[in-house]
Write a protein that binds this ligand. Structure first.
Ligand SMILES: [Zn+2]
Length: 353
C-alpha cells in the first residue's frame, strides 16, 4: 500500500536495499564513494558505556556477530547532519539518567529507536542466510524491508521531510521502566524486537524503554495491572522481559490497522491520524503464556499449567515483587528451572533448596 509513497509524495529519499545505498535516504554510496560512512546500529558511545564493544549478539540464523560489527551503509549528510543532532541529545539524556531519558522529545525518541529497529532489519538483509552461499538467500528477505516501508517513510522526519498532525503523541508509544543496574555487562543490556509488529524493547543499565513504533500512542493508555505495578519498582532483568512480553501480546492481539491520509510534499509531507481507542478484547492466557515462555526461554509447561500463569511482577501474596539486584533468580513455578537469564536446572547440585 505504501510502496510508492516515497516516490509519489517526496519524489526522492526512496527505500533502497543492498550494500550500496544509504539505509536512511537511499542515495547511492557504493564502497569507495566519498559520501559513504558506516552507521552503528547500536551507537558506539552506548556499546562502550555498557562494555558491549567486543561482545556478541546471536543473529536469526544462530551465528554470532559482534555488536561493533552491526553497521549499515549511511551517507555523510544523514550520518553527520541529520542523525547526529538526535544522537547527541539522546546520549546526553542517557548519561544524565532515567528521568532525563524519559523527558526526551518524542520525535527524537522515535527517530533514535526507529533507526535501531530499521537498522537491524537492514543489517540482516545484507547477511547471507548460509555462510557458504555469500550471494544467495538473505537472512531477512527484501520483502520484509518492503513490508516496513511506511516506517521508513516516517523516519524521513529526520530530514524534516515528513511530519504528523497532531504533533503528539505521534507514530509511536513509549513505555518507560526504571530497571536494576548491575556490575556485570551481560546483565546491563537487553534488546527484544518483533518481526510481526513494529516494536522493540531496550534495557540500558537503569533505563528500560519499550516502544511500539506505529500504534499512534494507543498502548500508552493501557492500564493493565502488571504494567501499572511494574512502574512502582526497579525492574529485574526477568521482570523487564515480562512487561515487554505483555505489551507485545496486547499489541499483537488488539492490533488495529490504521489508514492514513498523507498531505503536502514533496518538501514536507504530513501524515494525519485519529485519536486511538483503548485496547479492548479478552486475553487468551495460553497465547500470552507462549509469548512469556519464549522471552524467558523455558518450556510453556514450566510457567503455565493450563489454568494458572506465572508472573514475576507480583509475588504469591499479590504484592509487587521487588528484587534487590539482578543476581536473584526467578524459579519457574511448575518445573525446577530458572527463568531467563538464569535458565539453569534447579535440581543440579548447588541449586538444591
Ligand atoms: Zn543518506
Amino acid at each position: 500500500m505504501h510502496d510508492n509513497l516515497h516516490l509519489k509524495i517526496l519524489g526522492d529519499r526512496l527505500q533502497k536495499f543492498g550494500p550500496d545505498g544509504c539505509f536512511m535516504c537511499g542515495v547511492d554510496i557504493p564502497p569507495g564513494s566519498k559520501l559513504r560512512t558506516e552507521e552503528h546500529v547500536f551507537p558506539k558511545w552506548l556499546l562502550r558505556d555498557l562494555d558491549l564493544w567486543n561482545r556478541s549478539v546471536t543473529q536469526l540464523n544462530g551465528r554470532l556477530i559482534r555488536y561493533r560489527r552491526l553497521v549499515v551503509p549511511c551517507c555523510q549528510p544523514c550520518n553527520g547532519v541529520d542523525l547526529s543532532g538526535v544522537e547527541a541529545r539522546v546520549k546526553a539524556a542517557y548519561f544524565e539518567g532515567f528521568d532525563a531519558f524519559k523527558q526526551l522529545d518524542r520525535r527524537d525518541l522515535f527517530i533514535w529507536l526507529g533507526k535501531i529497529y530499521y537498522g537491524l532489519v537492514y543489517r540482516e538483509s545484507l547477511e547471507p542466510r548460509f555462510v557458504e552461499e555469500q550471494k544467495g538467500e538473505r537472512l531477512v528477505p527484501n520483502e520484509h524491508l518492503e513490508s516496513i516501508a511506511f516506517h521508513h517513510f516516517l523516519l524521513q522526519t529526520v530530514a524534516d521531510r515528513v511530519a504528523w498532525a497532531p504533533p503528539s503523541p505521534g507514530p509511536a508509544s513509549f513505555h518507560f521502566f526504571e530497571c536494576l543496574d548491575s556490575e556485570i555487562p551481560e546483565w546491563r543490556f537487553d534488546y527484544m524486537d518483533d518481526l510481526y509488529v513494529p516494536m522493540l524493547g531496550l534495557r540500558l543499565g537503569r533505563i528500560g524503554i519499550i516502544c511500539v513504533l506505529q500504534d499512534w500512542g494507543r498502548s500508552e493508555g493501557a492500564q493493565e495491572g502488571h504494567l501499572v505495578a511494574a512502574r512502582e519498582v526497579m525492574l529485574h532483568a526477568t521482570q523487564f522481559r515480562e512487561v515487554y512480553s505483555r505489551l507485545s501480546y496486547m499489541t499483537k492481539a488488539f492490533w488495529r490497522n490504521n489508514g492514513h491520509l498523507v498531505v503536502g510534499g514533496p518538501e514536507r509531507a504530513t501524515v494525519t491520524y485519529d485519536p486511538q481507542p483503548p485496547f479492548e478484547g479478552v486475553t487468551e492466557t495460553r497465547h500470552l503464556a507462549e509469548v512469556l515462555a519464549s522471552a524467558w526461554q523455558v518450556p510453556l509447561e514450566a510457567i503455565f499449567d493450563g489454568d494458572r500463569l506465572c508472573s514475576t511482577i507480583f509475588d504469591q501474596s499479590g504484592e509487587i515483587a521487588s528484587m534487590p539486584d539482578n543476581s536473584s533468580l526467578f524459579p519457574a513455578p511448575f518445573s525446577p528451572i530458572g527463568l531467563w537469564p538464569w535458565n539453569v536446572d534447579l535440581t543440579e547440585e548447588g541449586f538444591l533448596p
